[in-house]
Design a protein around this ligand. Structure first.
Ligand SMILES: NC(=O)C1=CN([C@@H]2O[C@H](COP(=O)(O)OP(=O)(O)OC[C@H]3O[C@@H](n4cnc5c(N)ncnc54)[C@H](OP(=O)(O)O)[C@@H]3O)[C@@H](O)[C@H]2O)C=CC1
Ligand SMILES: O=C(O)CCC(=O)C(=O)O
Ligand SMILES: [Mg+2]
Length: 432
């Protein structure tokens, strides 16, 4: 065992590394975890047991995760007086792959959100959130099985970068005066009482996100990548996201994709029929269609025509809203997984889409599905598909057995409601 100031690293494991852009995963990878606040301890304890049992079932002792705890959030604050100790960041940087429970956003103080800070510090520019329906999960829509989307949410820019100043502050006044005096801005409706937020969106940030989405679509043989934006209003941020997205697709993936930008070019030159024919030929040749939709229209179409959407590439705030909306469509936030990834450095932190649900803290009540499925994404990222597949099957079986936590039980006929830990027991029992 190696003991740093607060963390004990087991001597049995080895580091995950990256070589030539490819993750090198030993049989006993050292993986740091953050338990999380609120419901974090309950769901993490449940998830860890399920992940370990699935790995044991799949590899009979040949592979095993060497977990070690690192600290953030309330636990770190109570122990060390810091919400996000530098040691935690450095250890995740060094060990590449980590998993976390949800973290409370500290009220007041310098850190706006610990989750966002972790993503920014490690430049985890993709927030990957796959959303699909598991048979039998109660849903508010008629055909939840039509939802099978993978969200690539830009994770490092946009209004989430946290560049904002409070109404009435010296800084807000200074920025407003700069806008008015030097930039000719006359449209701030109530300048004396406005807070100000800044929305940075870059070409580099957009390109690396859209590349990741297209690479994923190619690797997983998906049909389309949709750029979701509000570019009709925010022309130089969301609108540029769309334009840069099309440009990178046309420039770097010309043989593998057909974009609606290309469709428009053909239409302008040769008419609609020729453009439709080019698109049909591209589909027949197995090319991925890269298209776009405006965010508000997208939010109604995921309810009315979800089957038309596949891989989604979008900006940070849109992605946050879309993740929860789609999660609700397939049975709720209790089973919506996520990952924050930098595909270039290999760094990744896996985490549930939901938050700390403080009213349920310590009750052993909530659904651990979201953090379990985030762990499954992690197993897939490590290349341990055999273990991942066993958990998917065990979860599907538990739902068909109608042994579920409160969130599903309240929507299902004849369900047996079990606690968080008992739901994990059921999954472990179901592992084959
Ligand atoms: N990545 C992260 O760590 C995130 C952290 N947060 C933080 O979490 C805190 C609380 O945020 P809040 O807005 O209440 O959102 P939460 O996601 O924590 O909770 C909202 C509701 O979602 C449902 N829910 C959440 N988790 C589960 C689960 N595992 N099983 C079943 N149902 C679940 C519950 O619904 P019901 O009441 O219907 O039972 C709950 O009341 C804030 O400090 C926020 O900043 C928020 C989002 C992400
Ligand atoms: O960090 C937070 O508190 C909220 C983040 C969030 O809602 C998300 O990433 O989905
Ligand atoms: Mg969210």
């Amino acid at each position: 065992m190696t003991k740093t100031s607060h963390v004990t690293i087991p001597s049995t494991g080895e580091k995950i590394t990256i070589q030539d852009g490819k993750l090198q995963v030993p049989n006993q990878p050292l993986i740091p975890f953050i338990e999380g606040d609120g419901i974090g301890p309950d769901i993490w304890a449940a998830a860890k047991r399920v992940l370990d049992a699935a790995v044991e079932k799949a590899y009979a002792g040949e592979k095993k995760i060497a977990w070690f705890e690192v600290f953030a959030g309330e636990k770190a604050y109570n122990q060390q007086g810091e919400w996000l100790p530098n040691e935690t960041l450095e250890l995740i940087r060094e060990y590449l792959v980590a998993i976390k429970g949800p973290l409370t956003t500290p009220i007041g103080g310098g850190i706006r959100s610990l989750n966002v800070a972790l993503r920014q510090e490690l430049d985890l520019y993709v927030c990957l959130r796959p959303v699909r329906h598991f048979a039998g999960v109660p849903s508010p829509v008629k055909r939840p099985e039509d939802v099978d989307m993978v969200i690539f949410r830009e994770n490092s820019e946009d209004i989430y970068a946290g560049i904002e100043w409070e109404s009435g502050s010296v800084e807000a006044q200074k920025v407003i005066q700069f806008f008015q005096n030097e930039m000719g801005v006359k449209k701030i409706r109530f300048p004396d009482t406005s807070g100000i937020g800044v929305k940075p969106v870059s070409r580099e940030g957009t390109e690396r996100l859209v590349r990741s989405a297209i690479d994923y679509a190619l690797e997983h043989k998906r049909k389309s990548v949709t750029l979701v934006h509000k570019g009709n209003i925010m022309k130089f941020t969301e609108g540029s996201f769309k334009n840069w997205g099309y440009e990178v697709a046309d420039r770097e993936y010309a043989d593998q994709v057909f974009t609606w930008a290309e469709f428009d070019r053909i239409k302008a030159e040769k008419g609609t029929e020729a453009a439709n024919q080019a698109q049909n030929e591209a589909v027949a040749a197995g090319k991925i269609i890269v298209k776009d939709v405006i965010a508000d229209a997208f939010l109604q179409q995921i309810l009315t025509r979800p089957a038309e959407y596949d891989v989604i590439a979008t900006l940070n705030l849109n992605g946050d809203y879309i993740s929860d909306a789609l999660a609700a469509q397939v049975g709720g936030i209790g089973i919506a997984p996520g990952a924050n990834i930098n595909y270039l450095t290999g760094h990744a932190i896996f985490e549930a889409t939901h938050g700390t649900a403080p009213k349920y803290a310590g009750l052993d009540k909530v659904n651990p599905g979201s953090v379990i499925l985030s762990g499954v994404l992690m197993l897939e990222y490590l290349g341990w598909q055999e273990a991942a597949d066993r958990i998917y099957a065990a979860l599907e079986k538990a739902i068909s057995q109608k042994v579920v936590t409160y969130d599903f039980a309240r929507l299902m006929e004849g369900a047996k409601e079990v606690k968080c830990s008992a739901f994990a027991n059921q999954l472990i029992h179901n592992l084959e």
